[in-house]
Design a protein around this ligand. Structure first.
Ligand code: UDP
Length: 342
C-alpha cells in the first residue's frame, strides 16, 4: 500500500515502532513530533531498521499554523495516526492544565485541519484507562466509561468524545484504539522505550534495575486480593500494538465502515501479576533482580485486562509476541542502550 500517513508523536515509544511497521508495509510516513518528550536519536534507529529517512515536522501541534503547514505540504495524506500526547499519569495529577492544554489543543487543531483540508481516516491513540475501575474482566469495548482516575485518562475520554462529535458533524472516518500495557522493544534492539526521566512504568523500571542503572525495584503492594497479592495488568508487545495500527489503517482504507467498528481494545487478553513479570524476567534473562515489596501506589487499580477478540476478528490482526518476548526484548534493548551510552 503506497499511501501517505501522518504519524504524530512518531519519535515516541509506540509511535516509532508503528512508523517502522507502516514503512515495512509499504506506507509512506511523515512524522510530526516536537521532540519535547522524545529523542531524535530514535530516527537513526528507524533508518537503520527500514533504510528510510523519515521527514519530521518538529513544531508544536498545539499551534494551528504548525498543523496547517503539514497539510499544505502534504495534501495527499490518506490517514493520520495521532500519538502525540503527554502520558504520565502522576504528572497529570500534579499539573492537570498542562495535560488538558497539550493533549486537547493538538487534537483540536488536527481535527479542524482534517475538515479544512478534507482529510479522512483518523486513528486515535487511546487507553484502557478510559474504563476507570472496570466492573467485569476481561474488559470489552462495551464496558461503561467510568469516572477517569487521572487528568491524563480524562484527556483520553474527552478526546474520544470530540472525535465522535466530529464524525457526527462532518463524517470524519475514525478509529479509537485503547491500549492496555505496551512493553518490549523492536527485536533488533535498535529502537525501544526511552523514558525521558526516571521510568514510572514497570517494565522499564525492571530493565533499568537489571542493568544497575536503578538500584532497586519497588513492587507497589503485595496485599491486593489477587493470587500472589500483586496487581494484574495486560502487557502487550509494542510490536503487536504497532502492527494493530497498520492493520487498523489498512482496514479503514480498504473496507466500508459498515464492516468494522470504531473502538478496539489492544491488549494481549491475559492478566499477569507484577510478581509474575519479575519472576518471568529473571528466568528468561537469567538475572536476579533486586526488588522489595513496598506500599501500594495511589491510584492503581487491582486488576485490568482486556478482551481483544474484536480487534483480532475485524482488523485481521493477531498477536505475534509472548509475555516472554516482551521481557526479553525489553532487556536486550536496555543492554544495547547502556552499551551505546558508555
Ligand atoms: N509497578 C510496580 N513498581 C514500579 C512500577 C509499576 O510495582 O516501579 C506496578 C504498578 O503498581 C502496577 C503495575 O506495576 O500494578 C503496572 O504499572 P505501570 O505503571 O507499568 O502501568 P499502569 O497499568 O499503572 O498504567
Amino acid at each position: 500500500m503506497d499511501k501517505k500517513v501522518l504519524v504524530t508523536g512518531g519519535c515516541g515509544y509506540i509511535g516509532s515502532h508503528t512508523v517502522v511497521d507502516l514503512i515495512e508495509n509499504g506506507f509512506e510516513v511523515v512524522v510530526a513530533d516536537n521532540l519535547s518528550r522524545s529523542n531524535p536519536v530514535v530516527f537513526e534507529g528507524i533508518e537503520a531498521i527500514t533504510g528510510r529517512k523519515v521527514e519530521n515536522f518538529a513544531g508544536d501541534l498545539a499551534e494551528p499554523a504548525v498543523v496547517s503547514a503539514i497539510f499544505e505540504k502534504h495534501p495527499d495524506i490518506a490517514g493520520i495516526i495521532h500519538f502525540a500526547a503527554y502520558k504520565m499519569v502522576g504528572e497529570s495529577v500534579l499539573e492537570p492544565y498542562m495535560y488538558y492544554r497539550n493533549n486537547l489543543n493538538s487534537l483540536l487543531n488536527l481535527l479542524e485541519a482534517c475538515k479544512q483540508f478534507g482529510l479522512q481516516n483518523f486513528v486515535f491513540s487511546s487507553s484502557c484507562s478510559v474504563y476507570g475501575n472496570a466492573d467485569a474482566l476481561p474488559v470489552n469495548e462495551n464496558a461503561p466509561i467510568k469516572d477517569a482516575e487521572s487528568p491524563y485518562a480524562h484527556t483520553k475520554q474527552i478526546g474520544e468524545q470530540i472525535i465522535e462529535q466530529c464524525n457526527a458533524a462532518y463524517d470524519l472516518n475514525y478509529m479509537l484504539l485503547r491500549y492496555f500495557n505496551p512493553a518490549g522493544a523492536h527485536p533488533s534492539a535498535l529502537i525501544g522505550e526511552l523514558p525521558i526521566d526516571r521510568p514510572q512504568n514497570l517494565v522499564p523500571y525492571i530493565t533499568k534495575t537489571a542493568t544497575g542503572e536503578l538500584e532497586q525495584l519497588s513492587i507497589f503492594g503485595n496485599d491486593y486480593p489477587t493470587e500472589d497479592g500483586t496487581c494484574i495488568r495486560d502487557y502487550i508487545h509494542v510490536m503487536d500494538i504497532a502492527a494493530a495500527h497498520t492493520a487498523a489503517l489498512k482496514t479503514m482504507l480498504t473496507k466500508p465502515s459498515s464492516e468494522w467498528s470504531r473502538v478496539y481494545n489492544l491488549g494481549a487478553g491475559e492478566g499477569k501479576s507484577v510478581l509474575e513479570a519479575v519472576q518471568t524476567f529473571e528466568k528468561i534473562n537469567g538475572i536476579k533482580l533486586n526488588y522489595r515489596f513496598a506500599e501500594r501506589r495511589a491510584g492503581d487499580v487491582i486488576a485490568i485486562y482486556g478482551d481483544n477478540k474484536k480487534a483480532r476478528e475485524e482488523l485481521n490482526w493477531e498477536l505475534k509476541y509472548s509475555f516472554e518476548d516482551i521481557l526479553k526484548s525489553a532487556y536486550d534493548w536496555e543492554v544495547a542502550l547502556k552499551e551505546k551510552n558508555q
